[in-house]
Design a protein around this ligand. Structure first.
Ligand code: NDP
Ligand code: N5H
Length: 257
C-alpha cells in the first residue's frame, strides 16, 4: 500500500493566515506530495493566501473565492474546479463563524439571527460543500471537517458555536452514510484549543491553555501540525476503513470527567 499523496488533489477551505488549522493541514498534505486547491471567503484574502502558498516548494496550487453561505458560489467554485482539474480526491472543511456577542455570557441569550448565522456558516456549509464536491471524487475520496469538544458537552463561552458543532458532527455522520456508496468517507477532527485568528479575542484563551497544561493527559496543547498529520491520515488510504468518525486531537483532554 502506497501512502504518498502524489498524483492526488485536495481542496483546502479556510486558510486565513499561517496560524490557521487549515494551513497545518495544507503543509501535511503538501509534504505527502498532494496537489492543493485553496478557497477563501472573499477576494481580499486571495493575496495573503497566495503569498503563504508560495512558500510551499514546487506546489502548483489553484485558488478560488468561495463564500460558503452562498450555494451558487459553492456550485460555481466546484464547477470551475471540475473544469480546471477534473477529479479531486478530498477536501478539508476548516470553516466556522459566530457573532462575537454570542461567544460570551449565557447561551440562553442567543438571538435567532446569531443562531442561524452560526449554523449557516459552521454546519450547513459542510452539507453544501459535500454535495458539490462528491461528483468530482470519481475515484472515491475523503472529506474532513474540524470540530470542538464544546459540541459534545457544555464548555463555558462556546455557547452557540457548541450547538452548531453538535449539528456539524451529526451532519458529518449523515453525510458519511450517504456518500459511502460513492467511495467517499466523511470524518471530523476534534482539535484541542489552538491560538488562531478565530480564537483571538474570544474568552480567556490563556487560562484555557493553562488548564490543558495542568490537566490534559499529555500536559501540553496540540499544534496545527498535529491536526494536519491526522487530516493526512484521514484523507489517505491509511484510514480506508474509517468513516463517520470523530478523532480527538486534543492531548487526551476529552477523556477527563
Ligand atoms: P481561522 O480563523 O484561521 O479560520 C477560520 C476560517 O473560517 C477563516 O479562514 C475564514 O475565512 C473562514 N470563514 C468564515 N466565514 C466564512 C465564509 N462565509 N465562507 C468561507 N469561509 C469562511 O481559525 P481556525 O483555524 O481556528 O478554525 C478552523 C476550524 O477549526 C473552525 O471550524 C474552528 O471551529 C475549528 N476549531 C478550532 C479550534 C481552535 O482552538 N482554534 C479548536 C477546535 C476546532 P476568511 O479568513 O477568508 O474569512
Ligand atoms: C471555549 C472556547 C473559547 C470561546 C469561544 C470561541 C469560539 C470560537 C469559534 C468561532 C469560529 C470564532 C469566531 O467566529 C470569531 C468571530 O466572531 C470574530 N473573528 C473574525 O471575524 C476573524 C477575523 C475571522 C477570520 O474568523 C472567522 N471565524 O471567520 C473555545 C476555544 C477553547 C477553542 C476554539 C477557538 C474553538 C473553535 O471552534 O475555533
Amino acid at each position: 500500500m502506497n501512502f504518498s499523496l502524489e498524483g492526488r488533489t485536495y481542496v483546502i477551505m479556510g486558510v486565513a493566515n499561517k496560524r490557521s488549522i487549515a494551513w497545518g493541514i495544507a503543509r501535511s498534505l503538501h509534504e505527502a506530495g498532494a496537489r492543493l486547491i485553496f478557497t477563501y471567503a472573499s477576494e481580499r484574502f486571495e493575496k495573503p493566501v497566495r503569498e503563504l502558498v508560495s512558500s510551499l516548494d514546487g506546489q502548483e496550487a489553484l485558488f478560488y473565492e468561495c463564500d460558503v453561505t452562498d450555494d451558487q458560489a459553492v456550485n460555481t467554485t466546484f464547477g470551475q474546479i471540475k473544469q480546471d482539474v477534473g477529479t479531486i480526491h478530498g477536501l478539508a472543511h476548516c470553516i466556522a463563524f459566530a457573532k462575537k456577542e454570542d461567544l460570551q455570557g449565557e447561551f440562553v441569550d442567543t438571538s435567532r439571527d446569531g443562531f442561524l448565522l452560526a449554523h449557516n456558516i459552521s454546519a450547513y456549509s459542510l452539507v453544501s460543500v459535500a454535495r458539490a464536491a462528491q461528483p468530482l471524487m470519481t475515484e472515491g475520496g475523503g472529506i474532513v471537517t474540524l470540530t470542538y469538544l464544546g459540541g459534545e458537552r457544555v464548555v463555558q463561552n462556546y455557547n452557540v458555536m457548541g450547538v452548531a458543532k453538535a449539528s456539524l458532527d451529526a451532519s458529518m455522520k449523515y453525510l458519511a452514510n450517504d456518500l459511502g456508496k460513492h467511495g467517499v468517507r466523511v470524518n471530523a477532527i476534534s482539535a484541542g484549543p489552538i491560538r488562531t485568528l478565530s480564537a483571538k479575542g474570544v474568552g480567556d484563551f490563556n487560562s484555557i491553555l493553562k488548564q490543558i497544561e495542568e490537566k490534559a493527559p499529555l500536559r501540553r496543547p496540540v499544534t496545527q501540525e498535529e491536526v494536519g498529520d491526522t487530516a493526512y491520515y484521514l484523507l489517505s488510504d491509511l484510514s480506508r476503513g474509517v468513516t463517520g468518525e470523530i478523532i480527538h486531537v486534543d492531548s487526551g483532554y476529552n477523556i477527563l470527567g
